[in-house]
Design a protein around this ligand. Structure first.
Ligand SMILES: [Zn+2]
Length: 540
């Protein structure tokens, strides 16, 4: 038993040593994005800072109220170019209620619209992209008797050219505004609504590097591509200045393997999403997406790293050894390592039992719950056991002895619920060699079967030869050669077959005298026995 326990600990240690959580990337990410948080803690829902004055213009309102604005914004010839940082002064009156501007963003980032107005009751702002699609709108109403309007809004946009419309809904007054900009520092620069919005346009990323990106009003998804050369545990560490977002993992075929919704709780300034996902080798896609089409926006960063599961039979794309027919053949006394992954729910192994005996399985798994199965050659389950880990030590250990008759079997490690992780196992299948302990005239012998592990199966006792008798012990001389036959019986009184010994007679055996007969054992016996007979003189 000691030997067995030792093994489980070794198996577990082998597995756990590779699970090192990377911190480099995430710390960097937090530092960088942290700078932004002081200034604008909530990028996407900029609405609330100025809730009293500003409100988003709904689709219905826009349709009924300002249906014309959209058209004019992109088609008008009377547009003013405004540079970032420039302050623009305007006068609104009953004759002049609409002002149109255009501006360029060289990089993706956060645009801040700061405006002050007096004498105007309400201003409506619209931002449209170069194709004329409306990206953003906001209404600011005046407060107080002086009819002051103060606007301070942030909008996350990709690089590109945009149109800004400002519409006054009444009054004569002064209006001044400026645009400021903060670069999101995208690792893969996007413009005009983004380029990596699908798997086909994913940007390749490496492990151990931090990447920056931005979810913008006109870019609600970013895709990244990475390759795992072998089954591994993927570590994802993401930080964001975004109220909430979704993270997804897809395989090369576009199948969703994993999904996580992450949000910033009110106390935290930075959204933090860390995850460990077990995957087979292959090409994968990480997607960072807005919670909805008009969901929160802002900048984010992430870092991926991985540790190889060091599978004995490497799997890629989750599709190997998942059936009996594709099971990997295993040998006795060898440690095998494998992984249950988000895209690999079971692994099959094939083994042969040469003769009916007890098979010993030692298995350990760094998985909260896992199932072990043994199936016979026809796929019928002969044994099943679910094992849960010891949470404190982080793995489960199982030693199971199971008697199996001669034949081919399958051992399977199977997922329970959505638990994944590494496992290792070893099987001892007795492989007997027959040994014969020859019987001597003094001691019984035996036929035994012995495995290299020391396990012995006793088959048969060879009872020692006990008694030798001659068919005749006294002859009367008649001039002929004498040759009595021999019988040997064992300690149980059973006759030992003639094939187990050779008989030697001393020479002569014609004349009067004493002669010796010797039995020399062979085969399952060893040693010798002898008896004498006599030829006596004929009576005169
Ligand atoms: Zn054995």
């Amino acid at each position: 038993m000691k030997k067995v326990k030792g093994l489980s600990v070794i198996l577990a240690a082998v597995m756990l040593s590779s699970c090192i959580f990377p911190q480099t990337g995430s710390v960097k990410a937090a530092e960088i994005t942290g700078e932004e948080s002081a200034e604008a803690p909530d990028a996407g829902n900029a609405a609330y800072a100025e809730a009293e004055q500003s409100e988003e213009i709904t689709d219905d309102e826009e349709k009924s109220d300002d249906a014309a604005v959209h058209q004019k914004a992109s088609a008008t010839t009377d547009m003013t170019y405004i540079s970032i940082g420039e302050t623009c002064q305007e006068t609104f009156s009953a004759e002049s209620t609409e002002k149109y501007y255009w501006f360029d963003l060289e990089k993706s980032g956060r645009l801040t619209l700061s405006a002050n107005a007096t004498g105007l009751s309400r201003l409506q702002y619209y931002i449209d992209d170069i194709g004329g699609d409306r990206l953003w709108s906001k209404r600011s109403s005046s407060t107080g008797s002086e009819k002051k309007i103060k606007t301070n809004e942030t909008i996350d946009l990709t690089a590109g050219t945009y149109y800004l419309s400002v519409i006054s809904s009444g009054g004569d007054g002064e209006f001044s505004f400026s645009l400021s900009f903060e670069d999101a520092g995208e690792s893969f620069e996007e413009e005009n609504g983004g380029t990596d919005n699908d798997r086909g346009y994913a940007n390749p990323v490496e492990f151990g590097q931090t990447y920056w990106g931005q979810l913008a009003r006109n870019d609600n998804a970013d895709y990244y591509e990475f390759t795992l050369s072998a089954s591994s545990r993927l570590y994802l560490s993401a930080r964001a200045q975004i109220k909430s977002l979704y993270l997804y993992l897809y395989d090369a075929g576009g199948k969703e393997l994993w999904k996580k919704y992450a949000s910033t709780d009110s106390a935290a300034k930075t959204l933090e999403a860390d995850a460990e996902i077990d995957l087979t080798g292959g090409v994968y896609y990480l997607a960072v997406k807005s919670a909805s089409a008009t969901g929160p926006t802002g900048s984010y960063s992430f870092c991926l790293s991985c540790t190889d599961a060091k599978e004995s039979f490497p799997e890629t794309r989750g599709n190997l050894n998942n059936t009996l027919s594709s099971a990997n053949a295993i040998s006795s006394d060898t440690i095998y390592k494998g992984q249950i992954a988000a895209n690999d729910a079971r692994d099959f192994y094939k083994f042969t039992v040469n003769e009916s005996s007890q098979v010993t399985l030692d298995a350990t798994a760094a998985i909260p719950w896992v199932y072990y199965h043994i199936y016979d050659s026809k796929g019928k389950e002969v044994w099943k056991q679910g094992v849960s880990w010891n949470k404190t030590i982080g793995y489960s250990s199982l030693t199971k002895k199971h008697t199996l008759s001669k034949g081919t079997y399958y051992f399977a490690v199977a997922q329970y619920s959505n638990y994944t992780g590494n496992y290792a196992f070893k099987m001892h299948i007795h492989n007997y060699k027959t040994t014969t302990q020859k019987a001597t005239t003094k001691k019984n012998g035996s036929i035994r079967k012995k495995c290299s592990c020391g396990h012995v199966v006793s088959l048969k006792t060879i009872y020692r030869p006990k008694k030798m008798t001659l068919s005749k012990t006294v002859y009367v001389y008649n001039g002929k050669k004498k040759k009595p036959s021999v019988k040997v019986t064992d300690s149980k009184g059973k006759v030992i077959s003639r094939s187990n010994y050779k008989v030697y007679y001393s020479s002569g055996r014609k004349r009067v005298g004493k002669y010796k007969v010797t039995v020399k054992f062979k085969g399952k016996y060893k040693g010798r026995m002898s008896k004498t007979f006599r030829i006596k003189a004929r009576k005169k």
